[in-house]
Write a protein that binds this ligand. Structure first.
Ligand code: 5RP
Length: 225
């Protein structure tokens, strides 16, 4: 199976969790985009649901497929969120934010009764940290935060966009990618990052993922319930 087929298999399994009448959070990234396409197909077939997208890109995709998109002016909680990940460990702790959408993704996941994570096999790791941890920061604080973050034991770099300008999130902030190589204590690091003024949100998702669906050559592996 190619990585693309693994993502497709995980995405296909994930949409079977959606029931009529649900409010569903739609994630961001290439795996999530496959899931959104499948949600669009189910809506065309008559599924009644509303969606809260986790990025402008996902909002546009969902709307183009005829999925009803709402914001927090219309709903205050969600039944389910389906999203991709950059890494997942055996405790279902995640690194997210490769696409720079982890701020909205975490808000949407935090307001959801259940979070389902979808990914291809290579995202499953024994220890988090090989993927550079994305940290969304206030622009004003970014230069000073580089050294504060390095003080936590990583190499820190401001993220550039495809145009070589600095990458700017949907909320107008910068992202610093932190290369820890190995994150020995994700809970402690999450706490340390959350208490740094100027940090808006980090990409460690601890205690969010209820179910992880991993596309593998042997089928879709299910972690959690
Ligand atoms: C975006 C994310 C994505 O879910 C994550 O980067 C995985 O993306 P992909 O499925 O394209 O590998 O957290 O902020």
């Amino acid at each position: 199976m190619t990585e693309d087929e693994q993502k497709q298999a995980a995405a296909e399994k994930s949409v079977s969790y959606i029931e009529d009448g649900m409010v569903v959070g739609l994630g961001t990234g290439s795996c999530a985009a496959k899931m959104v396409d499948l949600v669009g197909a189910r809506v065309k077939d008559g599924l009644k649901m509303t969606a809260v997208p986790t990025s402008e890109a996902t909002a546009q995709q969902a709307q183009s497929l005829g999925i009803e998109v709402v914001g927090f002016d219309r709903v205050s909680s969600l039944d389910l969120t389906i999203d991709g990940t950059d890494e997942v460990d055996p405790q279902r702790r995640l690194i997210k934010g490769g696409g720079g959408a982890h701020l909205r993704e975490k808000i949407v996941a935090s307001l959801s009764d259940r979070m389902i994570v979808i990914a291809e096999a290579k995202k499953k790791v024994t220890q988090l940290g090989a993927f550079k941890l994305p940290v969304e920061v206030i622009r004003f604080a970014a230069p000073a935060l580089l050294s504060r973050l390095e003080g936590l034991g990583c190499e820190a770099h401001l993220r550039s966009g495809s145009d070589n300008e600095l990458f700017v999130t949907d909320e107008g902030n910068y992202v610093i990618d932190c290369d820890f190589k190995v994150i020995a204590n994700p809970e402690q690091l999450a706490l340390d990052l959350s208490t740094l003024p100027g940090v808006v949100e980090h990409g460690l998702f601890i205690g969010y993922a209820d179910v992880v669906l991993i596309g593998t050559d042997a089928g879709v592996e299910i972690l959690g319930s």
